[in-house]
Design a protein around this ligand. Structure first.
Ligand SMILES: Cc1cc2nc3c(=O)[nH]c(=O)nc-3n(C[C@H](O)[C@H](O)[C@H](O)COP(=O)(O)O)c2cc1C
Length: 333
C-alpha cells in the first residue's frame, strides 16, 4: 500500500489530492463530503483585487459622508470594521471551514497591482487560513507593457502579500512566461513557498450567430495536463518551491504523472464539478494502485522520478518540436 501522506508548504496532508479554488467554497456539505472522500486540503475561491479595492473605495465614501457627524456617531464606524465590509462574509466562511473540515484550508487572493488590497492577506491569516494562494492574473494589452514590467509588478505583489503574513504563500501562475525558471527564481526570492501550475484562462470564444463574445466556462480535460507536466519536470530540483499541479487532472493516472514530473500535490476542480466528491475516492484508489504497481512505497519515492534531471532521454522534455517526432508523424500516415 503506497503511503499518500505528503507535506505541502510545510502543512501535513493525508493525501496529495487537494480541492482547488472553485465555487464549491460556498457548499459546506459538498466540502465535507470531499474531505470524507479523501481531499487532503481545500482551497477557497478567490477574493479579487477589483472587489477589494471597490469595497475600500465604497468604505471611504461612506466615511467621508459621515465626517460632519458627531464624534459618538462616527465611533460606530471604526476604519478597521469598515475595511472588512464585503470580504467579511469570506472571512466568516473561512472560519467556518476551519472549524468544520478538519483539513488545512487555503484562502485565495487574485490580483496584480501592489497596493493596499494586499493587506487583506493579514485578515485571512487572522481568520485561520493555513496558507494563502495568490493567483496572479496579468494580461499585456498595451505595446508599452514589456515582459519585465509585468514580471516586476508581479514580484512586487508577491512581496507585498508575503510581508503581511507568517503563513506560507503559494503563487498560482499563468503558463505564459518566456523564461519560466528565471521568473520562478524571482518568486522564490520574493518569499513564496509554493507554485500552483497553472492558472487556466477562460478565453472568450466568438458566437457567430449573435456576433458577440461567448463567456461560457468550459471544464478541462486530461489533454491540458502535459503542459503542466512539462513545466514541473523542468523546474523539479531547480527550485526550492513546492509545486501543485492544477489543470487537467481527471484520473489517478493523471495524478501519478503529475507526481512523477515533480508535483508535491495535485489540485482537482473540473472532475469534482463533473463527478462530485466521489472523484477524490476514485482518484485516490487509482493513484495508490498505479504507484504500487510500479513499485513505489511512498509519494516521496515517486516524486520527480521522470523530471528533466532524472530521465535518460532529457531531450524529449527539452526539445518540444523535435524534428524526428514531427517527421515520424508524417511518414506514419
Ligand atoms: C467555475 C470555476 C471557478 C473557479 N474559480 C477560481 C477562483 O476563484 N480562483 C482561482 O484561482 N481559480 C479558480 N478556478 C480555476 C481552478 O482552481 C483550476 O485552476 C482550473 O479549473 C484547472 O483545474 P481543473 O482542470 O482541475 O479544473 C475556477 C475554475 C472553475 C471551473
Amino acid at each position: 500500500m503506497t503511503d499518500l501522506t505528503t507535506r505541502w508548504l510545510g502543512l501535513e496532508l493525508k493525501s496529495p489530492l487537494v480541492l482547488g479554488a472553485s465555487p464549491l467554497t460556498d457548499e459546506l456539505d459538498t466540502l465535507k463530503a470531499c474531505v470524507q472522500a479523501g481531499a487532503g486540503a481545500v482551497v477557497m475561491h478567490s477574493l479579487f483585487e477589483e472587489q477589494l479595492v471597490a469595497e475600500q473605495m465604497a468604505a471611504h465614501r461612506f466615511i467621508d459622508s459621515r465626517i460632519n457627524m458627531d464624534a459618538e456617531a462616527r465611533s460606530f464606524f471604526p476604519e478597521s470594521e469598515i475595511f472588512e465590509m464585503g470580504s467579511g462574509s469570506y472571512l466568516q466562511r473561512l472560519q467556518q471551514l476551519k472549524t468544520e473540515l478538519g483539513v488545512p484550508v487555503i484562502a485565495s487572493l487574485n490580483g496584480i497591482s501592489p497596493g493596499g488590497w494586499t493587506q487583506h492577506a493579514k485578515e485571512l491569516e487572522q481568520a485561520g487560513a493555513d496558507a494563502i494562494e495568490l493567483n496572479l492574473y496579468d494580461l499585456a494589452t498595451d505595446a508599452g507593457d514589456t515582459a519585465d514590467t509585468l514580471e516586476q509588478r508581479q514580484l512586487a505583489v508577491i512581496r507585498s502579500v508575503v510581508e503581511q503574513v507568517s503563513v506560507p504563500v503559494s503563487v498560482k501562475l499563468s503558463p505564459f512566461y518566456s523564461a519560466l525558471p528565471a521568473f520562478v527564481a524571482g518568486v522564490e526570492a520574493a518569499g513564496a513557498r509554493g507554485l500552483v501550475l497553472f492558472n487556466r484562462f477562460y478565453q472568450p470564444d466568438i458566437d457567430l450567430e449573435q456576433l458577440a463574445l461567448s463567456r461560457e466556462v468550459v471544464l478541462s480535460t486530461s489533454a491540458e495536463l502535459p503542459l503542466r507536466l512539462h513545466a514541473m519536470a523542468r523546474l523539479y530540483n531547480r527550485t526550492g518551491l513546492d509545486m501543485a499541479a492544477s489543470g487537467g487532472v481527471h484520473t489517478g493516472d493523471d495524478a501519478a504523472k503529475a507526481i512523477l514530473s515533480g508535483a508535491t500535490v495535485v489540485q482537482l476542480v473540473s472532475t469534482v464539478l463533473q463527478h462530485g466528491p466521489a472523484a477524490f475516492e476514485r482518484l485516490g484508489g487509482e493513484l495508490t494502485t498505479r504507484l504500487a504497481s510500479i513499485g513505489y512505497q511512498s509519494l516521496q519515492e515517486a516524486r520527480g522520478a521522470l523530471s528533466l534531471d532524472n530521465v535518460p532521454d532529457a531531450g524529449t522534455w527539452e526539445r518540444l518540436n523535435y524534428a524526428r517526432l514531427l517527421h515520424g508523424w508524417q511518414s506514419s500516415r
